[in-house]
Design a protein around this ligand. Structure first.
Ligand code: TXA
Ligand code: MG
Length: 325
């Protein structure tokens, strides 16, 4: 670890020990962290984000032992999934231990736990020796930050410290999976796919949770992860076709941002045309950065080319549909 990193670590740990919040890098998106065992500290997260109290917060741990301390049951399913995907972008929802304050779980009996892959975050939790409650470090209902600069734009002046750990490698939020029932439910899709989870748990039924119509994860609210601009997911044949569709919206052309990945139109007539990667992992990594940029440029309309209807694009399609709702 470099001297600068060691210093950032010490500073972050000191702020967290005081019961205050720190914005920290994780491999999915930046998080707004506080001591998960300190209800007052977690309350400060909700205040800084203007987050509704009904939305529970994920608890981040540095190893499996710490995860087991946060829960009252550690079933074989948790063991198998942790072995396969931790550290990584998967959050396991399990019955909560008494040590976890109610504010973390929004009064519920379950807690979401995750072992993140980012080395700074792991080292920070080890240094503090307490788990870190951390939602994404954005104002409630805005797009999650994937760089420290994104955090600054939304939360500067509201929080004491932002740690810059580089651009997030995954780029969208973790897969959230409920392990408390007979049937294993994906509450929020992410880059750990349903197929990958099912492959690790061949004896179990894994569903995406929509079949029951219960709202178990508030991340599942229809409009969430939204930019300021209106966002439309659409298909186009060529530039003339796209232009015709935009004409209906009456948005001035220089206020339109186009995010294409397959049929790339010449940019001359629009505010900007961005070409996103064709691979889902790379696409996920760049998506939020593109949306933040559209907002920063004052776009009124973001036209996103519809992504392939394939399982590996599922989590991305989910975020796009919520951003456009
Ligand atoms: O990748 C991520 O998960 C990032 C990084 C910082 O770890 N965190 C994140 O947190 O996205 P947040 O608070 O923005 O989203 C957490 C999601 C919410 O939809 C919340 O409702 C759900 O997880 N969640 C947390 N605890 C839960 C629980 N006990 N039961 C059901 N859903 C839960
Ligand atoms: Mg969030």
């Amino acid at each position: 670890m470099s001297e600068a990193q060691a210093e950032a670590l010490a500073r972050a740990a000191a702020v967290l020990r005081k019961g205050e919040v720190v914005a920290v890098p994780t491999e999915t998106v930046y998080g707004l962290a506080a001591n998960a065992l300190d209800a007052a500290a977690v309350k400060a997260i909700f205040a800084a984000k203007q987050r509704p109290a009904a939305n529970p917060v994920i608890v981040h741990v540095a190893d499996e032992f710490m995860a087991r301390d946060c829960v009252t049951e550690w079933p074989a399913t948790a063991q198998a999934l942790a072995a396969a995907f931790w550290p990584g972008p998967l959050t396991l929802v399990l019955p909560k231990a008494d040590e976890i304050p109610e504010i973390v779980t929004a009064g519920g009996s379950t807690v979401g736990v995750r072992l993140p892959r980012h080395p700074f975050m792991q080292e920070l939790i080890r240094t503090c020796r307490f788990p870190l409650a951390a939602p994404s470090a954005n104002l409630s209902n805005h797009i999650s930050p994937t760089t420290a600069a994104h955090v600054q734009t939304q939360l500067a002046g509201r929080i004491p410290l932002v740690i810059d750990g580089g651009a997030a490698q995954v780029g969208i939020e973790s897969t959230v999976i409920d392990l408390t029932g007979e049937i294993i439910r994906i509450l929020r899709p992410g880059m750990v796919s349903a197929a990958a989870i099912a492959a690790v748990l061949p004896e179990h039924t894994v569903t995406d949770g929509h079949d029951e119509g219960v709202l178990k994860s508030p991340g599942q609210l229809k409009r969430h992860y939204a930019p300021n601009a209106r966002l439309l997911v659409m298909n186009w044949a060529d530039e003339a076709d796209l232009e015709q569709q935009i004409a209906y919206s009456r948005t001035p052309h220089d206020r339109v941002c186009v995010l294409a990945h397959s049929i790339v139109v010449p940019g001359t007539r629009f505010g900007r045309v961005s070409v996103l990667p064709k691979e889902p992992e790379a696409y996920a990594r760049t998506l939020y950065g593109e949306l933040h940029r559209c907002d920063a440029e004052g776009a009124e309309l973001i036209c996103v080319e519809a992504v392939p209807e394939k399982p590996e694009w599922n989590a991305i399609a989910d975020r796009l549909s919520r951003a456009g709702a």
